[in-house]
Design a protein around this ligand. Structure first.
Ligand code: HEC
Length: 424
């Protein structure tokens, strides 16, 4: 492994200086590696510009937050890792050493995919498009009933099966040998990893408020996938004989034996892979506990606590009472249906509402982070029940304000409130 460090893994280690020389080499069309690297850097730059533009368009009213910047960094980092893993220097080493090839796989699955999935590329790229184009895409998607085809991509069980099956399949010696022999199959192998792991991490990052599974289900999802995808790694470490003979010539050049290379590969899959899943599982577990703790507070006890607090501290301090920022327990509403209803009732004609198509109105206040607002319309304490009241009867609360009474049925209003509380 040490020898890897001695080799000049040129352009990707110092992107600044080398990108320029690579770009120059690209213009002069010399050296296939620098061509490839320069091309990758240009693609990465262009894609990141589009993404960043989308983020800024989405943020233009509420202002760019630290989270937006983190998303841009995650997208840039994730895409750079994809290019590095599938780019010239690593591909060449991956053909020689099985362990290098496993490093490429791990880069795609546990580094690039979660970063890209967390950065919500679909939303940002759609936002980067002109408004009419976006509306046209929305219309065509509805006409073609694309959601019917997209739904399996969100189904945790199907995603789990695809992720584990793809992983195990391409690591069994037969298919692996084919992927090594035919370049197109090798590409297919890596694209399979990238797409299935993107879907995998999207399930983990989709909040249960937006129709994702709960924390317990996510924990099971990660731990079972971790156990299954560790199997090939264990096999590599403990196999009594070399399983991937196609690297025979490659390992000789590095002074290794096939067995040593295979054991290193197994450890690469086990240690960083296992650690990544374990960290995610720990994070999910903590979030789950926190959620359970919030749920366990009896509503009666909570209101007694609130009343006590109200009596003890000056009314000015009630804004610090965080109870409204918790997930809305004891409030029955479906945020996903709410998002559809917000479109149906045309709230977006007057409000800028995150993640709702064409909701860019500027008559009322923007509803980004309304879940964390202290007051509704500057006068009602922001609680789910007050929000329900406001949406159904804004004129009763602030007579003469510009928000119309829309005679929204109670359940519809509840679903809308559930969606609004996901914005925080
Ligand atoms: C015709 C324009 C219009 C439409 C349509 C409209 N609103 Fe409003 N909305 C307003 C205005 C204006 C205010 C500010 C009222 C005030 O502060 O007195 C407001 C305030 C609000 C607030 C409180 C915001 C805050 O910052 O305190 C919420 C929540 C809200 N609207 C939700 C909705 C929802 C949900 C819909 C669709 C069902 C909707 N609105 C439709 C104009 C509209």
């Amino acid at each position: 492994m040490l020898r890897i460090a001695n080799l000049d893994v040129v352009a990707l280690s110092t992107p600044g200086a080398d990108a320029i020389s690579a770009a120059l080499a690209f213009c002069g069309l010399t050296g296939s590696t620098s061509d490839g690297v320069a091309f990758s850097v240009m693609v990465l730059g262009a894609v990141t510009c589009c993404y960043t533009f989308g983020v800024f368009r989405l943020a233009h009213r509420r202002g760019v937050t630290a989270r937006d910047l983190r998303r841009i960094a995650a997208f840039l980092g994730g895409s750079a890792i994809v290019l590095a893993a599938m780019g010239p220097p690593l591909v060449a080493y991956g053909e020689q050493l099985f362990s290098m090839h496993m490093i490429q796989h791990m880069m795609l699955i546990i580094a690039a995919a979660p970063l890209i999935a967390w950065s919500r590329p679909k939303v940002m790229f759609l936002r980067a498009l002109p408004k009419e184009t976006r509306a046209n895409i929305g219309r065509s998607a509805r006409r073609l009933r694309l959601d019917r085809f997209m739904r399996p991509l969100r189904d945790p069980i199907l995603v789990w099966i695809a992720f584990c099956a793809g992983f195990v399949f391409w690591h069994t010696p037969g298919p692996y040998a084919l992927a090594m022999r035919y370049e197109s199959l090798g590409l297919l192998e890596h694209i399979t990893f990238l797409l299935t792991s993107l879907a995998f991490w999207m399930v983990i990052f989709r909040s249960s408020m937006r129709g994702g599974p709960g924390y317990g289900a996510k924990l099971l999802f990660v731990l079972t996938a971790a156990a299954l995808t560790d199997l090939p790694g264990a096999l590599m470490v403990f196999a009594p004989r070399p399983l991937y003979p196609e690297h025979a010539a490659g390992v000789a050049g590095w002074g290794l034996t096939l067995m040593q290379d295979q054991e290193i590969a197994g450890l690469v899959m086990w240690i960083p892979g296992g650690l990544a899943y374990l960290l995610v599982a720990a994070w999910l577990f903590v979030a789950w506990l926190r959620e359970a703790e919030n749920r366990a507070v009896l509503p009666g006890a909570r209101s007694i606590a609130n009343v006590t607090l109200l009596l003890l501290v000056a009314p000015a301090l009630t804004g610090c009472n965080r109870s409204r920022a918790e997930p809305i327990a004891n409030f029955n509403g479906d945020p996903e249906r709410g998002a559809t209803l917000i479109q149906k009732y045309g709230c977006g004609g007057c409000h800028d509402i995150p993640n709702i198509n064409d909701a860019e109105g500027n008559v009322g206040p923007p509803l980004s982070r309304i879940g964390n607002r202290i007051y509704i319309a500057g006068m009602l304490r922001n609680t789910p029940d007050n929000m329900l009241l406001w949406i159904r009867e804004p004129q009763r609360i602030v007579p003469g304000n510009a928000m119309p009474q829309m005679n929204i049925p109670e359940q519809d209003a509840r679903d809308i409130v559930a969606y609004l509380y996901t914005l925080n």
